[in-house]
Design a binder for this molecule. Structure first.
Ligand code: ADP
Ligand code: ZN
Length: 624
């Protein structure tokens, strides 16, 4: 018997016990009371009498007959007395322990008595009836467990399937995804094409002694196509495909997650060659002993089981495990060791060319107007994942339908982009003082950003609220900045402060509003990262925090003196930037007033128009 079966039996026993106790509580199953239920209830109704009274009756000669039960602990007596209307009645008497002279007395008074022993046959019947029912339950449950494979392949969540893997399984997967449907992640694709060719013609590899990886870890942010890749290999290689999410192995009961892993790999090894795809593998593979409040036994057991299973097939016989995560930093090191997930493939956010490719894939079956340029759209969307881009095109198709158009035009695409980046547009504000203040705030951002050499160009300024923002200034995003210079970071801070600074300069200190809180958060974040991550302050080139703002100074935490210095440096940067922003706003006050007038009227000013207006008053830098 393996652990799995024992587990099933234990669960079966447990459930049977529960049912049994439940039935007992409702008196469905009776333990034999040794007082023949029929006799007692038929004659006695509810008559009882104390032992003392029974002795009185005895002395008075009112007792006719006594039947003793249960080793003389209970008796049914036939009595007739004036109290009872001189009619003979059956009365139940409990006889206290130690009333051993009772029989003597009965003889003395010459009472007809009989002692009824517990009939042997009844004992057997009793025991049998008490055991039979639970046995039937257990047998039934076991039967159900044994057969559950046949009719609940995919119902991992059913309580009868606790130890079963919840993996969805496709024998011959028609995932409908081919490598042509994936763009922008060519490196990962190439890697996978190789795996497909191994699955198709393993001899080619084994002949030259090449070993194919057992585990491939896809690392990248959500929506970048990791699942898509796994589906594509299964489809292209035409091999069985198991797909499961790591979170489905995280269970409350110790051992169940591990049992599921075991079950998954058992099934997989019966169907080689095949692919096992584990999404969100970090849910299982988190570093051991790192859970909140110490270790987490269940998760550790599950992880250990996964490690064991991956070690199990020494030579890869055709089970390829593909894991996906966006948090490789929290994975247990043991998972990444050779022989387990020996290959790591980074699936990053697509660059400009990648975005063009992905847009083309998703534009295939959509009628776009000629004026729509996917290249321009790709330029506008740095930081978008493949899923975001797919969503963007889908949104624009929905908008086109809403406007009853036959093709999707530039308008729908732009509106969809605005929605996804900024949120859904709301109604414009009434002409109040607030609206004017917001106009100054936005124009403040726009002017400061335009004047600074190292800042992106203004794309548009609008007073149409979107998402949580009352107004918005959009800047044409710089192409995929993996390297950002110090002066670019400072320009971002100065421009972001431009809104609040304009409020302050125009309306005065008492009138500034809470509207800038988001800006201030961003400013503080950038400034803090300059100090703690990028070594861009007088503290020097030290990494004091990691990208989750966790302290990592010299492998531990930094002391208070350092913490104080960080705060001082952050304040210095922000104050310096505020001064520059203030100067720019003061220097450009005339044009700011003019543009605000125009904006209150038009509600949206586009980038080119904006620059034309500004150019009449000041010289704009040529942007890099
Ligand atoms: P992940 O598993 O990385 O979170 P998915 O593979 O589930 O992301 O991607 C979600 C959707 O986004 C896909 O179904 C597809 O429509 C789209 N998508 C993501 N990346 C790409 C890509 N590289 N090429 C084409 N479409 C993509
Ligand atoms: Zn702002």
């Amino acid at each position: 018997m393996d652990r799995n079966t024992i587990q099933k039996i234990l669960i079966g026993l447990f459930i049977s016990a529960c049912i049994f106790i439940g039935l007992r509580a409702f008196n469905v199953i009776g333990f034999n009371d040794n007082l023949p239920a029929t006799e007692v209830s038929a004659n006695v109704s509810s008559s009882r009498m104390t032992y003392g009274r029974f002795l009185e009756y005895l002395e008075m000669g009112w007792i006719k007959q006594v039947d003793l039960y249960d080793n003389s602990r209970n008796a049914i007596v036939q009595a007739s007395s004036p109290e009872l209307g001189n009619r003979s009645q059956s009365i139940r008497v409990e006889i206290p322990v130690g009333a051993s002279q009772l029989i003597q007395k009965l003889k003395e008074y010459n009472i007809d008595f009989d002692a009824h022993p517990i009939p042997r046959k009844d004992v057997f019947l009793t025991i049998a009836s008490n055991l039979l029912l639970p046995l039937i339950f257990i047998a039934g449950l076991l039967f159900f467990f044994q057969n559950s494979d046949n009719f609940s392949q995919n119902s991992g969540s059913s309580p009868m399937n606790l130890g079963k893997s919840p993996a969805r399984f496709d024998q011959r997967p028609d995932t409908g995804i081919s490598f042509d449907d994936i763009a922008g992640i060519d490196e990962a694709k190439a890697e996978f094409e190789e795996i497909v060719s191994f699955l198709k013609e393993p001899e080619r590899y084994t002949l030259v002694g090449a070993k194919i990886p057992k585990g491939v870890l896809l690392v990248g942010p959500p929506g970048t196509g990791k699942t898509l890749l796994a589906k594509a290999i299964a489809n292209e290689a035409n091999v069985p495909f198991y797909s499961v999410a790591g979170s489905e192995f995280v269970e409350m009961f110790i051992g169940i997650g591990a049992a599921r892993i075991r079950d998954l790999f058992k099934k997989a090894s019966e169907n080689t060659p095949c692919i096992v795809f584990i999404d969100e593998i970090d849910a299982v593979g988190r570093e051991r002993g790192a859970g909140i409040g110490g270790g987490n036994d269940e998760r550790e057991q599950t992880l250990n089981q996964l490690l064991t299973e991956m070690d199990g097939f020494k030579e890869n016989k055709g089970v390829i495990v593909v894991g996906a995560t966006n948090r490789v930093d929290i994975l247990d090191a043991a998972l990444l060791r050779p022989g387990r997930f020996d290959r790591q493939i980074t699936v990053g956010l697509p660059d400009r060319l990648g975005r063009i490719g992905i847009l083309k894939v998703h534009a295939r079956n959509k009628p776009f107007d000629e004026n729509v340029s996917l290249v321009q759209l790709a330029n506008r969307t740095p930081g978008f994942s493949g899923a975001d881009l797919a969503n963007l095109l889908n949104e624009s198709a929905i908008l086109a339908t809403r406007y009853k158009k036959k093709t999707i035009t530039k308008n729908e695409v732009n509106e969809a982009a605005d929605r996804i980046i900024g949120g859904i547009a709301g109604a414009t504000m009434e002409d109040t003082k607030n609206k004017k203040l917001i106009a100054y705030h936005e124009v403040g951002h726009a002017i400061v950003g335009s004047v600074l050499e190292n800042h992106d160009d203004v794309e548009k300024v609008t007073l149409i609220p979107r998402g949580g923002a009352k107004g918005l200034t959009w800047f044409a995003p710089e192409e995929d900045q993996t390297l950002v210079s110090r002066s670019q970071l400072l320009a971002r801070i100065i421009t972001t402060l431009g809104g609040r600074v304009a409020e302050k300069v125009v309306f005065g200190d008492p009138e500034i509003t809470t509207g800038a809180s988001n800006d201030l958060q961003q400013v503080t974040n950038i400034a803090r990262q300059m100090v703690t991550r990028y070594g861009m302050s007088s503290i020097g080139p030290l990494a004091l925090e990691d990208n989750n703002n966790e302290q990592m100074f010299l492998g531990g935490e930094y002391n208070e003196a350092i913490a104080d210095r960080i705060d001082v440096e952050v304040c210095k940067i922000v104050n310096h930037c505020e001064q520059i922003a203030t100067k720019i706003v003061l220097d450009n006050r005339v044009i700011i007033d003019l543009i605000v007038e125009k904006l209150l009227d038009a509600e949206t000013i586009h980038g080119d128009e904006f620059r034309d207006l500004v150019k009449e008053y000041t010289i704009l830098p040529t942007k890099k």
